[in-house]
Design a protein. Structure first.
Length: 287
């Protein structure tokens, strides 16, 4: 039987106080803020373009425990944007490669690297012990699944997507106070049309764009952990056009009573999510 992890709050040691000094001296942050960061546990799905920068800055900030899930391997075509990896790790699993980088960056961070797919069979179990779920994936199927797991577990969900020169990021499910926020499905109840889903491998992506958006995801996670409720992207989505340097923050509608995962008559739960057909949903069955 797996031993349940004890939630024992850890104090900062003197070396950590020195390492994180530039954060600690921020107004409204202090040692107590850094202590919250140290005791936080975050799970990141995807160690590609978004995941590279997100993971770097989560680790750099001092997040105490980070779980990385990715079953893909490093390819040379990844390296223009997936900068947590290097040429020596071509062919190596991305989660393991990312862990190696983080271990070299910050020895005070515990890193769990999982070389496996994130599915509706294992998602609940993988995420249940973490404080925040961060979506750094590159496809709608995994994004909806990440959202559904977060909604079922009632955990904050930070999601981003990038293509070409464009990116977006938002915070879903609940805010720092524990109040309900619309989930990703509330805003996107219907699967995107196949013709509207463009992959980076098809239309390209500028290397800096995932770095910017992944860093913003890490920034939202840090603010969430610190309890900066008014500062997180709740009920709004941040859009960035890296080509024309345009930024737009769009307010979203509220959570929807008919949402199948967080509405009044929810259909998805921990007991039946493993049976939900995400492929069928994405192929046009939006019920």
């Amino acid at each position: 039987m797996e031993k349940k992890e004890e939630n024992i709050e850890k104090d900062l040691n003197e070396q950590e106080k020195y390492r994180y000094n530039r954060q600690i001296i921020l107004s409204g942050y202090g040692e107590e803020g850094q202590k919250k960061i140290k005791n936080a546990k975050v799970i990141v799905i995807g160690a590609g373009g978004l995941g590279s920068s997100c993971l770097m800055h989560l680790a750099g900030s001092g997040i105490g425990k980070i779980c990385i899930i990715d079953n893909d391997v490093v390819d040379e075509q990844n390296l223009h944007r997936q900068v947590i990896h290097n040429v020596k790790n071509i062919g190596k699993n991305k989660a393991i490669s990312a862990k190696e980088f983080i271990n070299g960056l910050n020895p005070y961070v515990e890193v769990i690297a999982l070389n496996e797919s994130f599915t509706n069979k294992n998602g609940i179990n993988l995420c249940k012990d973490y404080d925040i779920i961060i979506d750094c994936c590159d496809n709608p199927k995994t994004r909806y699944l990440c959202n559904d797991v977060a909604a079922i577990l009632n955990k904050p969900f930070i999601s981003s997507g990038t293509v070409r020169w464009d990116g977006q990021v938002g915070v879903y499910v609940k805010n720092c106070k524990g109040e309900k926020l619309p989930c990703y499905r509330c805003l996107n109840p219907n699967a995107p049309l196949k013709g509207n889903v463009k992959k980076c491998s098809q239309v390209g992506v500028i290397g800096t764009l995932p770095a910017i958006m992944g860093t913003l995801e890490a920034n939202e996670a840090i603010k969430f952990i610190l309890g900066k409720d008014e500062q997180i992207l709740q009920r709004k989505i941040f859009f960035f056009d890296g080509y024309d340097n345009r930024v737009k923050i769009m307010k979203t509608r509220n959570f929807q009573d008919d949402c199948i995962v967080c509405g009044k008559n929810k259909q998805l739960n921990a007991d039946n999510i493993s049976e939900y057909d995400y492929d069928l949903f994405l192929n046009g069955n939006n019920n």
